[in-house]
Design a binder for this molecule. Structure first.
Ligand SMILES: Cc1cc2nc3c(=O)[nH]c(=O)nc-3n(C[C@H](O)[C@H](O)[C@H](O)COP(=O)(O)OP(=O)(O)OC[C@H]3O[C@@H](n4cnc5c(N)ncnc54)[C@H](O)[C@@H]3O)c2cc1C
Length: 457
């Protein structure tokens, strides 16, 4: 086994004591991420650097020795991008968790890659600011992982996904050189945009060690609205009317009947178990209450069985909590594959119907939640177990869902990234030209292919 063949002496010597961990019990916790269909390998070591210099020394060593490197944040990824390979070192950024600078005047905060997403908003809250990208994992996932996957979340419908909140990066390249990109300015046309190149690169082009993030003023008020619909068609009509309106909700989420019931089974919230589709949304800004009322009216016109709005923060939080719980609740029930497709918003209803049909065709329970305002759905495939037959079923369902998304002019991943799980599907979506340009960029930045090979593009 390669564990014995790789000589780690030089790596251990190059790094502060305790940075390189070879203890099998500790290593065990770094083998998998949350993509249940990607089999984890066994790394030769886990490296937990505290500084950019240490990351640089680590990658210089990996380049010299040709050792595979799997970068890791919190391991909440759902595509297998942080799953260990048998002969790799896992570089975990969890100890690079300092907030380097808060600059309220420029609405900027500089954080290290291991800072947990929710901590960024907490760090700037006293200045009346917040960091908008909020993946469902925001209380655990790291900024490095969010950047590497170009994570989305609920507020992205109004404030944009991760890449819209990044001004600059510090990245360690495969050979150990430290690249800084961008800066603090809102505009920057100096050269190719390497910041944006690195975002969404899933640890294949470099290890992000720090980021200059854009934060925004907290809205003066927020209102929440909720609506239930007797059929998917009614819900789809409401979503189409909202998207075509002059309003931009700050949150626009859907839960299907199976998900509503999973949430309600877990915690009684008095959600309507019979609804075909539950829509939860928020509006913010000085017209939040008025906008929420107008959105409720659109839902009613589209045939909602129930629609209401509230400006009470506690009621609003309770409703948002139901949405935030959904992914965790379904995953906790057993073997789950969380899919992630996005389609043009006008085709969301068709995608919802197709997912339902695929579940029926394959005899598979699918709980679907989604960032409806972005046309982004997460059909959660509830497998009987993780045995070979169930895995095969999961892969067949995932493949059909992705093909349906492509056929509707969409993408095989809206926000979770390609990882290892979706590489085959990506090749169905992208052209040969696109793939060859991406291969050329990879080989220019990582000629020996040590950084997260077989993942991403
Ligand atoms: C319940 C639940 C809800 C979720 N909801 C959402 C959601 O709403 N939106 C969304 O987008 N995602 C969501 N996710 C998926 C996941 O949380 C995100 O992909 C998140 O961005 C991963 O962050 P992480 O720190 O866990 O990264 P990891 O899983 O550790 O890594 C993810 C990828 O990034 C790479 N990487 C990690 N850190 C670095 C770094 N510093 N430099 C370079 N590469 C790096 C890894 O190699 C891997 O390819 C959810 C997951 C769960 C379990």
């Amino acid at each position: 086994m390669l564990t014995e063949l790789v000589d780690l002496t030089d790596l251990v010597d190059a790094l502060p004591e305790g940075t390189v961990v070879r203890d099998a019990d500790v290593i065990e916790g770094y083998r998998a991420d949350m993509a249940s269909l990607v089999p984890p390998g066994t790394p030769v070591a886990v490296v937990r650097p505290r500084t950019t210099e240490a990351v640089s020394a680590c990658l210089a060593w990996a380049s010299r020795t040709g050792t595979t490197v799997v970068p890791r944040g919190a391991g909440t990824g759902l595509s297998g991008g942080a799953t260990a390979r048998d002969d790799c070192i896992v570089v975990s950024l969890e100890r690079m968790d300092r907030i380097r600078e808060v600059d309220p005047a420029n609405h900027t905060v500089v954080v290290e890659a291991g800072v947990v997403n929710a901590e960024v908003s907490r760090a700037v809250a006293e200045h009346g600011l917040f960091y908008p990208p909020d993946p469902g994992s925001f209380e655990v996932s790291t900024i490095g992982g969010n950047l590497a996957t170009n994570a989305g979340g609920m507020r992205c419908v109004k404030y944009g996904v991760t890449r819209q909140s990044v001004l600059g990066l510090e990245v360690v390249l495969a050979d150990g050189r430290v690249l800084t990109t961008g800066g603090r300015t809102l505009k920057d046309s100096a050269g190719l945009d390497l910041t944006q190149l690195m975002i969404g690169s899933e640890g294949t082009l470099g290890i992000i060690t720090s980021a200059s993030l854009r934060v925004r003023p907290l809205p003066e008020s927020t209102a929440t609205f909720v609506a239930t619909f007797p059929t998917l068609d009614h819900g789809g009509a409401a979503l189409a009317a909202i998207c075509a309106s002059d309003m931009t909700p700050s949150v626009l989420e859907v839960l299907d009947r199976a998900t509503v019931n999973a949430v309600e089974d877990h915690q009684r919230m008095d959600l309507d178990r019979g609804t075909a589709l539950l829509l939860i949304g928020q509006t913010d800004g000085h017209r939040s209450a008025e906008d929420a009322d107008r959105l409720v009216a659109l839902c009613e016109e589209a045939g909602a069985s129930m629609a209401l709005a509230t400006s009470d923060p506690e009621d609003g939080q309770r409703l948002m909590h139901a949405r935030r719980l959904a992914g965790w609740v379904v995953m906790e029930r057993g073997a789950t594959v969380v899919e992630d497709v996005a389609v043009p918003r006008t085709r969301l209803l068709q995608m919802l119907q197709r997912v339902e049909q695929i579940g029926e065709e394959l005899g598979l329970e699918i709980c679907t939640v989604g960032h409806a305002g972005d046309g982004n759905l997460h059909p959660m495939l509830c497998l009987p177990d993780l045995g070979p037959e169930s895995q095969d079923l999961g892969l067949r369902a995932a493949d059909r869902i992705c093909q349906a998304a492509i056929a509707l002019g969409g993408t095989v991943t809206g926000e979770h990234g390609v990882g290892e799980l979706k590489r085959g599907m990506l090749h169905q979506q992208l052209s040969e030209t696109s793939l060859s340009v991406q291969a050329a960029i990879k080989s220019a930045l990582d000629p020996d292919g040590i950084l997260n090979p077989g993942r991403g593009w």
